[in-house]
Write a protein that binds this ligand. Structure first.
Ligand code: CMC
Length: 429
């Protein structure tokens, strides 16, 4: 196999090295292209640009494959727990018993937030978006832990990772409690990671409750399925911020903001709004699908399509099956699930979706499980963020420990006005 690519521009030819990954993905290394030729590459939206080499997550979008550190997502969702998967993603290997026990103890140790931080919640209006609160509070957390800035010290970094993963669920649940005017509930030492989150979300001082093991497992699986997804918008944002040597909290807080948008993590909210609108209007799914194909309508079939997957998103496949199972076991009949299943069936038979290789993505079914678990709609993307924390932390670490690391700084092709002279205001028309 050739180990170089040749680019010919007019009469000049440039040899560019090839880079090959462990799964035989190939890239043309253009790092020296501008120095040698004056040319840059242009790829708006980075659809065909590798921004880094990473050892964390592998996706084969054509075959619908997703693996964390080599382990297939289906096996992890079936057999692992979110905490174990988080350890795998951050540290590269599945933990042995002792490593896991120590990690779990650290998570328990850090489950409380500083009492002073509780007052920060008072500053938000009652209807403040939980993603805004989450991002702001993660940055605030950094103010309370200023010593944890670098990954060089393994012990420090492990503590920082555990702190963020543990506290983010406390912050998320507290923001919900504040929004509904309930007292904030303290975490318990005897519950699992996800059980504790449910406890802090739904219990009250006068209402003791135990998390339903079925819901606990279903949400834990949702966290596992969201735990990393290589260079998506929010992870690239975390890496971008990290490349300036910003600290872990600042970088991860930026990731929360990037995740918020409806084309990214916010799609899980948009899907439920879409399904609800169809239900309330009584519109047929066929007519709705016709509408989303019309570019003038500026609407999309939310929860469908993906930049990388040109096949069924393996996370959506898993979630579709678990949605059925969870709702059945809980004895819930959700009309939105019926609409989702019909939409999927109509879209997957439609030439528009077939030609563009648009399939359900992770957000298509996750919201229906979260609804069944009683999670309020505006918290859906927050749950995505809780799940994605290990991925962001692992990517932050990769950037900070890369011996060849440089600040991320793409170039551009300028298309604005050419040079012109300043005109005093009195002479401007
Ligand atoms: N409904 C209707 N048409 C679509 C959709 C959709 N959901 N997704 C893509 N298309 C069309 C798009 O109009 C374009 O058509 P044409 O070639 O005729 O112009 C073609 O498919 C390619 O789309 P694109 O916008 O160039 O694709 P992209 O890779 O830039 O965008 C996406 C990927 C996920 C943003 C997009 O598919 C989308 O907007 N989907 C709906 C939002 C969504 O579900 N987002 C969650 C993504 S998965 C979880 C996550 O990353 O957070």
């Amino acid at each position: 196999m050739a180990d170089k690519a040749r680019l010919t521009v007019g009469t000049e030819a440039y040899d560019l090295p090839l880079v090959v990954g462990t799964e035989n993905e190939r890239a043309v290394d253009i790092a020296q292209l501008r120095a040698e030729s004056g040319l840059i590459t242009l790829d708006e939206g980075y659809g065909n640009t590798g921004s880094c080499q990473s050892r964390i997550t592998f996706i084969d979008g054509e075959r619908g494959i997703l693996r964390y550190r080599g382990y297939p997502i289906e096996q992890l969702a079936e057999h692992s727990t979110f905490l174990e998967t988080a350890y795998l993603i951050i540290f590269g290997e599945l933990p042995n018993e002792q490593q896991f026990r120590e990690f779990r103890e650290l998570i328990s140790e850090h489950m409380f937030i500083h009492e002073a931080m509780r007052h920060h919640f008072e500053g938000f209006p009652p209807n403040a978006p939980p993603m805004a609160i989450l991002s702001a509070m993660i940055n605030t957390l950094g103010c309370f832990e200023p010593q944890i800035t670098g990954p060089e010290d393994e012990e420090n970094f492990t503590a920082a990772a555990a702190r963020i993963i543990s506290k983010v669920r406390t912050i998320a649940a507290a923001s919900y409690k504040k929004a509904i005017g309930d007292p904030i509930i303290y975490p318990r030492f005897d519950l699992s990671y996800t059980g504790n989150f449910l406890h802090m979300m739904f219990c009250r001082p006068n209402k003791l409750c135990e998390p339903d093991p079925l819901i606990e497992r279903a949400l834990d699986q949702i966290f596992i399925l969201h735990a990393d997804h290589e260079q998506n918008c929010s992870t690239s944002t975390v890496r971008m911020v990290a490349s300036s040597q910003a600290n872990l909290y600042a970088s991860v807080a930026a990731g929360v903001c990037a995740l918020w948008g409806p084309l990214h993590g916010g799609a899980n909210v948009a899907v439920i709004n879409m399904l609800e609108a169809i239900r309330q209007s009584g519109e047929s799914v066929e007519s709705f699908v016709t509408k989303v194909k019309d570019k003038r309508a500026h609407s999309r079939l939310m929860g469908f399509g993906h930049r990388v997957y040109k096949n069924y998103d393996p996370r959506a496949k898993f979630l579709k099956a678990s949605t059925d199972a969870v709702l059945n076991k809980l004895g819930i009949h959700d009309p939105l699930l019926d609409i989702a299943v019909q939409l999927e069936s109509v879209a997957l038979r439609d030439p528009y979706f077939i030609e563009r290789k648009l399939y359900p993505n992770v957000d298509f079914y996750s919201g229906i499980i979260m609804r069944a678990a009683g999670i309020p709609l505006d918290m859906f993307t927050v749950l995505f963020a809780i799940g994605r924390m290990p991925g962001w932390i692992a990517n932050w670490r990769e950037v900070h420990t890369d011996p060849h690391g440089r600040i991320y700084r793409p170039r551009q092709i300028y298309t604005g006005p050419t040079a012109r002279d300043y005109v005093p205001m009195s002479e401007r028309r």
